[in-house]
Design a protein around this ligand. Structure first.
Ligand code: 28F
Length: 635
């Protein structure tokens, strides 16, 4: 930018230009990072503006299109961004919104923006990080357009023509020089749109992926009640329908839905201004306190809890609870490592008093639900006491050192950063792995018995399972509240199973166990799936291993004489001799490890729920689809 340009624009706009330059210079400061996450953040930023318009009551349709060139269109049927001259610099308000950093908050009326405390950086940031952006506004029967490049207007807002529609439409192309990769993931976007549709009953959000022609439409009249039912769709609820209530207390809008099911896990989804608060916060604390107090009171007045029995605790009430809690407030404070914990202290009391009163009222109108809740919580308390004893036994076992499980073939390295543990399905594969491994840093733990479905089992029962005990002892890091990553003996934990449906099932059970009881292994990136080859292909003296069907085809097709190629399909690890197993699956030089990463709680829970819920059919289909997916890994 030259001095002349600055002068041309006048003093007021110097700040404008600096603003968007700053965004291009340090995009991370505004959207977190320039990875896949940051790229999707742009979409959310634009969609959030439409959602705000919907929450203000003027829009009920949002349409998102992913184009083949990875540009994105978002269109809503709201009032259209105002286009009248803005007092800031006399330019159309829509242009100010797109070119002035934080124009949304600073220039609009403060109460307008409700969503996007985390996003909420304003659509000017999207503009700044786009090669080009085009906006169409159809307002008061007139449509106008304007185009921007790298955040700067390259046309004026057009004069306007009669409009056949109403609302705002923005199309932008993310700047490929800013983002590491400009490929949008429909899976990631769908998750967020579905969540937004649940949290905004009556809002229709559709997405069309022109790259694959896939279309999805999300619309839930029932809102949070539908959300709770959806989360529990494969579980058996103890109520005929979720308890739901909505209201405002001390300026905080509160929406809650919950029910109990016959499972043992808690499924808690909390939101502040539509942001998923994965780390919880003051709204969650307020909810738990209120629920605990209300249940204890109802339990005593209904004589379900006897006078000499202790009060139920918040932990006792977690088992089988499925809950969605959404709050909206004007100045949310987000704290914590991932800025997903609500910090506003005033929210705690507001949620507490509102939830307490509402739950007491719900118990009055639905007295039938009190007993099942209390009975379940009392059983949870007993199980928790039993689990504590079992955990102490496990801990004592681990403390006494030396007694590592007999089945473990440990490695000689005592450096966790270097040491690897292979958890192997079956004794015969375990035997090959023991012979084939590099014993200096690779330990082998063969599993034979049945692994418990921890999704369906209680902690005490789970800790009594031999295979689970063996794993806990081998890892050395304890479990649950006693978990200590510092004591972990291996920083690579590799699950190695056959590439078939049984293998996929076993690895899923193991992953679920780690996810539920040692989640740090996943967040730290210590957990991997081994990828054994599917085929051994020999032509003449050359041997190739193929990990995908595609690879197999290309090798066979490219062979000098395809008819002389011999293909062996591996049905299990056991069919490989120790040398082959080492060469294909264990040697750091050749092996493919799939790192298990969980960055989104919502999707993560979904994944395990599909796999381990009560209904068998969806699970079977998913495992098969998933086993297939594992074959199609990128090599
Ligand atoms: C594709 C993305 O951005 N939709 C939007 C509106 C409507 C209004 C508005 C937006 C005024 C000055 C803050 C209209 N009429 N979709 C969108 N629809 N912004 S963004 O106003 C913005 C405020 O700055 C709107 C009356 N009031 C508000």
């Amino acid at each position: 930018m030259t001095t002349e340009e600055i002068n041309d624009y006048g003093a007021g706009s110097i700040k404008v230009l600096e603003g968007l330059e700053a965004v291009r210079k340090r995009p991370g400061m505004y959207i977190g990072d320039t990875s896949e996450r940051g790229l999707h953040h742009l979409v959310y930023e634009v969609v959030d503006n439409s959602v705000d318009e919907a929450m203000a009551g003027f829009c009920n349709k949002i349409k998102i299109t992913i184009h083949r060139n990875e540009s994105i269109t978002v269109q809503d049927n709201g009032r259209g961004i105002p286009t009248d001259p803005h007092p800031y610099n006399g330019r159309p308000t829509s242009e100010v919104v797109l070119t002035v950093l934080h124009a949304g908050g600073k220039f609009g009326d403060g109460a307008y923006k409700v969503s996007g405390g985390l996003h909420g950086v304003g659509v000017s940031v999207v503009n700044a990080l786009s090669e080009w952006l085009e906006i169409s506004i159809a307002r008061d029967g007139i449509e106008r357009n304007q185009r921007f490049e790298f955040g700067k207007p390259v046309t004026d807002l057009s004069e306007g023509v009669p409009a056949k529609w109403q609302g705002t439409k923005i199309t932008y192309k993310p700047d490929a020089n800013i983002f590491e990769n400009v490929h949008h993931s429909l899976e990631i976007l769908k998750g967020r749109f579905k969540e937004l549709a649940f949290l905004n009953p009556g809002l229709n959000i559709s997405v069309h992926d022109e790259r694959t022609n896939e279309e999805r439409n999300y619309y839930f009249e029932g809102g949070i009640e539908a959300f709770v039912k959806y989360i529990d769709r494969d579980r058996n609820a103890l109520f005929s329908k979720p308890v739901v209530f909505s209201g405002t207390r001390d300026g905080v809008a509160i929406d809650v839905g919950f029910e109990y099911n016959d499972g043992y896990q808690e499924h808690m989804y909390t939101y502040a201004n539509l942001i998923h608060t994965a780390e919880g916060g003051t709204h969650l604390i307020g909810f738990r306190t209120a629920l605990t107090r209300a249940v204890n009171e109802a339990a005593r007045s209904n004589k379900i809890l006897r006078d000499k029995e202790d009060n139920l605790t918040g932990d006792d009430l977690k088992e089988g609870l499925t809950c969605v809690l959404s709050v909206k407030l004007s100045e949310p404070q987000f704290e914590g490592q991932t800025k997903t914990r609500l910090g506003n202290s005033e929210v705690r009391g507001a949620v507490d008093s509102f939830v307490y009163e509402s739950v007491i009222a719900a118990f009055d109108t639905m007295p039938d639900i009190v007993k099942p809740i209390v009975e379940k919580a009392v059983r949870a308390r007993h199980a928790r006491e039993a689990a504590k004893k079992a955990r102490e036994l496990v801990r004592k076992g681990a403390m006494s050192g030396m007694n590592l499980p007999g089945k473990l073939a440990d490695c000689s390295s005592r450096t966790p950063e270097r040491a690897e543990l292979y958890i192997v399905e079956g004794d015969s594969a375990g035997g090959s792995a023991k012979q084939g491994r590099d014993r200096t840093f690779q330990a082998i733990l063969p599993l034979r018995g049945k692994i418990l479905n921890v999704e369906k089992a209680r902690m005490d029962k789970m800790l009594a399972n031999r295979e689970i005990q063996t794993i806990i002892t081998a890892l050395g890091c304890g479990i649950g509240n006693d978990f200590d990553a510092g004591k972990l003996r291996y920083h690579k934990i590799i699950i190695m199973t056959d590439a078939d449906v049984d293998g996929a099932h076993i690895s899923t059970l193991l992953l679920t166990f780690f996810y539920r009881h040692m989640p740090e292994l996943l967040s730290q990136g210590y957990l991997y799936l081994a990828q054994p080859p599917l085929y051994r292909v020999q032509s003449g003296k050359t041997v190739n291993y193929c990990y995908t069907d595609k690879e197999l085809r290309s090798i066979v097709d490219n062979a000098a004489d395809p008819s002389k190629v011999s293909v062996q399909r591996y049905k299990g690890l056991g069919e490989m001799n120790p040398e082959q197993l080492w060469e294909t699956t264990m040697s750091p030089a050749n092996r493919i490890l799939k790192k298990i990463e969980l960055d989104d709680n919502f999707l993560a829970d979904e994944y395990f729920d599909i796999l381990l819920g009560e209904k068998v059919e969806p699970r079977r289909e998913f495992i098969i689809a998933n086993a297939h997916e594992a074959k199609n890994i990128d090599v």
